[in-house]
Design a protein around this ligand. Structure first.
Ligand SMILES: [Zn+2]
Length: 366
């Protein structure tokens, strides 16, 4: 108590801000995470496309949990989006106001519980970037966005989502997670499924535009729209994933017993539809190129080139489970192609491939 936090000056994008020196978030203190800069660069370019996506001018955006205000400041200064920066922590609000002044900008800054603020105010675009899970803010975001809005969310609670704490995942997201070799995508789909189900309660769809995992977090961007029929169609794209932890068998259907080794499987029900929008990714690539965010453009291109078939095989895991000798990745991919299947690399894991080949096919191929 009473210790003063050292502050430092940083430049990110076209804003210059004061941030606390801390490397990890401390309770009650404001946190700035430098490794998320690339992600914020992508977000700025997403903001560039919002008018076109929502077919609406004079958009109002909200940084629901703004901390230093970096996102809201950059969105406003670099993309011209009218932003409100909110945080319930008075220390954060004081800092945001300082940072607004520093950049000679004008921006609405509020000190409210994010849920209360969203319940009482309409926004066209909401950015939920918490340390931990975003799930407790989705109901209010739905109320605020109405029938035509755009939402971006970060989840840093990847340990529960990726199968390290399946019960936490079940409580928080309604789906028990599994530590499979494709845990990154499964975790991301559990998050997306939970968000979709919340919007479905209000007869709205959450349509993913860009979804990815990077470092220690997940990030999802999507459009919110109205329509009972659309909700019903979306819910039809939820299905089971069954996985045998003994032999590695997996399939996108409910099988309580492994057809290969008869071991009891684990399974969960998630959204298996598209988690990317290829047209949007193309536009985003152009924006990233114009703003010269090279690494970010590379990431988006990699995601765009992935086949949309759900999940992937981590080849290391597959070789270990099947006892086969490992081969060069390109060679394995060529073999899969020769058998007539689609195949691509994936941003989720450097040693993995996406393909529509089944586990049996894969065993035969390798
Ligand atoms: Zn098995």
């Amino acid at each position: 108590m009473g210790e003063t936090i050292t502050m430092k000056d940083i430049q990110e994008g076209s804003v210059s801000i004061m941030v606390p020196e801390a490397k990890i978030p401390e309770y009650g203190e404001v946190f700035y995470n430098p490794v998320m800069e690339k992600d914020r660069n992508i977000s700025v370019c997403v903001c560039d496309l919002l008018q076109e996506i929502l077919k609406k001018a004079d958009l109002k955006g909200l940084g629901a949990l703004s901390a230093t205000g970096i996102r809201a400041l950059r969105y406003k200064k670099e993309s011209g989006l009218d932003m409100c920066a909110n945080d319930c922590n008075p220390k954060a609000v004081k800092l945001i106001k300082k940072n607004v002044k520093r950049n000679k900008m004008k921006m609405e800054v509020t000190e409210e519980d994010a849920n209360v603020l969203m319940r009482n105010n309409h926004f066209d675009f909401i950015d939920i970037d918490p340390f931990g899970s975003p799930i407790s803010f989705i109901d209010s975001a739905s109320a605020s966005l109405g029938r035509n809005g755009f939402l971006s969310i970060t989840a840093t609670d990847t340990a529960p989502l990726c199968g390290s704490y399946p019960k936490v995942s079940e409580r928080r997201y309604g789906i028990k997670s599994m530590k499979t070799d494709y845990y990154n995508e499964l975790g991301l789909r559990i998050l997306i499924s939970a968000v979709m189900r919340i919007f479905a309660r209000y007869e709205r769809v959450f349509v993913p535009y860009l979804s990815y995992s990077r470092l220690h977090y997940f990030r999802v961007y999507g459009k919110v729209e109205n329509g009972v029929k659309r909700v019903n169609r979306l819910l039809k794209e939820f299905s089971y994933v069954s996985h045998c932890f003994k032999c590695g068998w997996r399939d996108m259907k409910l099988e309580k017993k492994c057809p290969l080794c008869s071991e009891a499987t684990q399974f969960c029900k998630v959204y298996l539809g598209d988690i990317q929008n290829s047209k949007f990714l193309e536009k985003l690539e152009n924006r990233l190129q114009k703003r010269m965010f090279v690494a970010e453009e590379k990431l988006v291109t990699k995601i765009k080139e992935e086949i949309s078939f759900p999940f992937y095989y981590d080849l290391h895991y597959l070789y270990k489970k099947t006892g086969k000798r490992s081969d060069k990745m390109e060679k394995t991919m060529e073999k899969i192609r020769q058998k007539g299947f689609h195949v691509s690399r994936t941003h989720f894991c450097p040693t993995a491939i996406k393909t529509n080949a089944t586990f049996d096919d894969m065993k035969e191929i390798i």
